[in-house]
Design a binder for this molecule. Structure first.
Ligand code: PLP
Length: 397
């Protein structure tokens, strides 16, 4: 392959490009993970992640695994063979989590969705009420469905569980939501949150997280599913003094501590506002092109990515290949049911206005080269949105 000059545009919805500051932190020398210097690294990471999940009461576990591992940890630590879990089909990732639950011996009830919006809290409330024997042990929702670009309303889901007076745990996959879209573990009464390093946290792939409430910790003591590597109980003891029961991903923890510092320097609320703005500018471009945004529920569109439906008779994958070949930009592919029907523009992580403008110009030029019918002017529509100033940091931050 010949060399492409300049930076590649990695505009998939995670992994997101890693800032130089984090790359430098990761490049630090490995230290003894059982030695005295490590305690500070581990404690900063574990305590720092509590501020990102917005929890004081809960605790955080860090696994050297991708997000899928943390999904499994959430289930095997809290559930027993044959337990019922209520899950919501927001898209491909919700479907994969449901299949995992099934493989682990659980009985998921899957509320069917159309992949065009987040979870509907009323349907969750109805499903909980319909189960008069109240055997559902957990309600599991995906915060930001990365396959569709839709956000589920967490506070409403919590309210639906409470209104039904149901004791189920609330589990939330915020693998692509955390550190990009507001997430409030304590305030929303989340019991287990699952996240990963490679999206809003701006790290390479490789570590993942569970944030866990007291209620979920208590449930784990009676949970019968077999577990060893994922066991929260094995983690909790060493974690209390900043250590891990096995070899941690030391250099990723250096990077994580840098990422946490960077997120607080910018201010979490500003990070969220920046993502919202980039989502709005991208959707303005898509609509001006005359193309369709996959998420059609107003207010649930993602600030992390935008999934764009290509017109009938055109291939989203062929378009992406053109974009990569001519403009050195990687766009996300359509997954599962929307394979080859959509492409996804990632606008997450360490990302600013001019990078978005470059991204949208690349998309607009590639639409032309690939022969995908569209109107010109998407780029100008995005500029209208980006012409508005970003919110300034609040005193609290
Ligand atoms: N859940 C969501 C919402 C995701 O976006 C992803 C990955 O993109 C996963 C789960 C799976 O995570 P991983 O690929 O890190 O195992």
């Amino acid at each position: 392959m010949s060399r492409s000059a300049g930076r590649h545009f990695l505009q998939i919805p995670g992994p997101s490009a890693v800032p130089d500051r984090i790359l430098r932190a990761i490049a630090g020398q490995v230290i003894d993970h059982r030695g005295p210097s490590f305690a500070d690294v581990g404690t900063r990471a574990l305590e720092g992640m509590k501020t990102i999940f917005k929890t004081e009461a809960g605790r955080v576990f860090i696994y050297p695994a991708s997000g899928t591992g943390a999904w499994e940890a959430a289930l095997v630590n809290t559930m027993s063979e044959g337990d019922r879990v209520l899950m919501y089909e927001t898209g491909h990732f919700a479907t994969l989590w449901m299949k995992m639950a099934r493989r682990l011996g659980l009985r998921p009830e899957f509320i069917e969705g159309d992949w065009r919006g987040g979870a509907d809290a009323d349907r969750i409330a109805d499903a909980l009420r319909a189960h008069t024997e109240r055997t559902i042990k957990a309600v599991c929702v995906v915060h930001n469905e990365t396959s569709t670009g839709s956000v589920s309303p967490k506070a409403e889901v919590r309210a639906a569980i409470d209104a039904a007076g149901h004791p189920a745990l609330l589990m939330v996959d915020t693998i692509s939501g955390l550190a990009s879209i507001d997430f409030r573990f304590d305030e929303w009464g989340v019991d287990v949150a699952v996240s990963g390093s490679q999206k809003g946290l701006m790290l390479p792939p490789g570590i993942s997280f569970n944030a866990v409430s007291d209620k979920a910790m208590a449930a784990s003591r009676g949970a019968g599913l077999r577990r060893s590597y994922w066991d929260w109980a094995d983690m909790a003891g060493p974690n209390d003094s900043g250590y891990f029961p096995y070899t941690p991903a030391t250099n990723m923890l250096y990077g994580l501590n840098e990422a946490i510092a960077m997120l607080h320097e910018e201010g979490l609320e500003n990070v969220f506002a920046r993502h919202q703005r980039h989502g709005a500018a991208t959707r303005a471009a898509v609509r001006a092109w005359g193309l369709e945004v996959l998420c059609r529920r107003q207010g649930q569109e993602s600030g992390v990515l935008t999934a764009v439906v290509v017109p009938e008779g055109h291939s989203a994958d062929a378009f992406r290949a053109t974009a990569l070949e001519h403009y050195d930009i990687s766009l996300g592919n359509g997954l599962g049911k929307v394979s080859d029907r959509v492409f996804r523009i990632g606008h997450l992580g360490d990302f600013n206005d001019l990078m978005l403008i470059g991204t949208l110009s690349g998309v607009e030029m590639a639409l032309g080269l690939a022969g995908v019918p569209h109107a010109k002017g998407g780029f100008d529509a995005a500029l209208e949105v980006l012409g508005q100033p970003l919110r300034q940091p609040t005193a609290a931050e």
